[in-house]
Design a protein around this ligand. Structure first.
Ligand code: NDP
Ligand code: GDR
Length: 355
């Protein structure tokens, strides 16, 4: 292929990295991913697209690297000479960022700067296009709904504060050095590949496990927070579209629909045939119980965050108009897809076979 493009993805082993790599490979790209060293395999999500580097014509390559190490970022960017760089790597768990605030700032905030500087040091600021994984967490404490590109930011976690730095350093490098650098301000997006400790996946896995008799109870935190949940596969297409535009810019990707965590719980359990009822109040609160009288979900204060983001609902009109991007999967269908996928996976796992 004569004009084959080369892309570099940081965070290639994550949810979005896996879907994006798949999309770019399908488009004929040469795809390079950065994965960090781990004591156990962390490439489960990209197993289906893995290509043996010894095979002739392999178009998917993995490099060891870390956003906290500028030497290796410079070396990889120099070696790969990417046309497009997608910076998806991050300590992406909001609750964990309260436990590891300095690391989160280093990886999510300064890590973005390191990558931008690598591009500049190598003189590639006019040739390499840059996508930054910015987030609806930037909006934090509600200033305006629905949230759009012009809504003021008010971060509510070390994660969001680190991402705020990353957002602005991307804007600054765009303005200062004429880089084609864009922020995708993505609202929550989920899938069967979602990390197991994020709310949606924790809920869908538990619904499947409880249905199969593998788990007794699920402990959750704040059920009243509302999120705008879309499908990750559709959102990575939006990332790609941003880098195909003549001019760089910042875009919100969202569904425009908001759902309380509580409703997502009810959907997921309904999808495995368990109707839930909230029982008890105050000191006598029991949580969510099934018709059998068995209580399956309890609130555990350890999952509450010191500061919460109560309401997210995005306005994706700019992405509709300028990118022609639209979400397809509703939050309701997303919940069903995730819970059915977890059910299938668990049925096939060794414990199920032996049970
Ligand atoms: P994941 O947590 O699934 O993936 C994060 C990726 O970053 C993983 O590949 C992880 O490696 C890697 N990583 C973590 N720390 C480092 C580091 N120091 N150096 C190199 N790699 C690192 O996140 P998502 O795929 O869901 O999200 C992708 C990006 O988009 C993140 O930046 C996230 O903050 C942001 N975002 C996500 C949204 C969402 O709803 N999913 C919404 C808005 C923004 P490993 O696999 O080894 O853990
Ligand atoms: P979020 O996602 O913080 O929105 O960040 P998460 O799924 O962790 O939380 C969503 C909401 O659910 C509430 N919640 C719980 N959350 C978790 N993880 N575990 C629980 O047990 C639980 N109980 C209730 C939370 O308090 C919160 O209100 C995600 C990440 O992908 C970020 O990287 C990304 O930037 C944003 O989405 C947009």
């Amino acid at each position: 292929m004569a004009n084959k493009k080369t892309a570099l993805i940081t965070g290639a082993t994550g949810q979005d990295g896996a879907y994006l790599a798949e999309l770019l490979l399908a488009k004929g790209y040469e795809v390079h991913g950065i994965k960090r060293r781990s004591s156990s395999f962390n490439t489960g999500r990209i197993e289906s697209i893995y290509q043996d580097p010894h095979e002739e014509g392999a178009r998917f390559h993995l490099h060891y690297g870390d956003l906290t190490d500028s030497t290796n970022l410079i070396r990889i960017v120099q070696q790969v000479q990417p046309d497009e760089i997608y910076n998806l790597a991050a300590q992406s768990h909001v609750a964990v960022s309260f436990e590891t605030p300095e690391y989160t700032a280093n990886a999510d905030g300064i890590g973005t700067l390191r990558l931008l500087e690598a591009i500049r040091i190598l003189g590639m600021e006019k040739t390499a296009r840059f996508y930054q994984a910015s987030t609806s967490e930037l909006y934090g404490l509600v200033q305006e709904v629905p949230q759009r590109e012009t809504t003021p930011f008010y971060p509510r976690s070390p994660y969001a504060a680190a991402k705020l730095y990353a957002y602005w350093i991307v804007v600054n490098y765009r303005e200062a050095y004429g880089m084609h650098a864009s922020n995708g301000i993505l609202f929550n997006h989920e899938s069967p590949l979602r990390g197991e400790t994020f709310a949606t996946r924790k809920i869908t896995r538990a619904a499947a496990a409880i249905k199969l008799g593998r788990q007794d109870k699920l402990y959750l935190g704040n059920l009243d927070a509302r999120r705008d949940w879309g499908h990750a596969r559709e959102y990575v297409r939006g990332m790609w579209l941003m880098l195909q535009q003549d001019e760089p810019d910042d875009y919100v990707l969202a569904t425009g629909e908001t759902t309380p965590v509580r409703t997502f719980v009810e959907w997921a359990f309904a999808d495995v045939g368990i109707a839930l009822r909230w029982e008890g109040e105050g000191e006598n609160e029991k949580g969510y119980c099934a018709e059998t009288g068995r209580c399956l979900i309890e609130i555990d204060p350890r999952y509450f965050r010191p500061t919460e983001v109560d309401l997210l609902i995005g306005d994706p009109s700019k992405a509709h108009q300028k990118l022609g991007w639209r979400h397809e999967t509703s939050p309701r269908d997303l919940a069903r897809e995730m819970v059915l996928a977890d059910l299938e996976t668990m049925k096939l796992s060794p414990i199920a076979k032996g049970a």
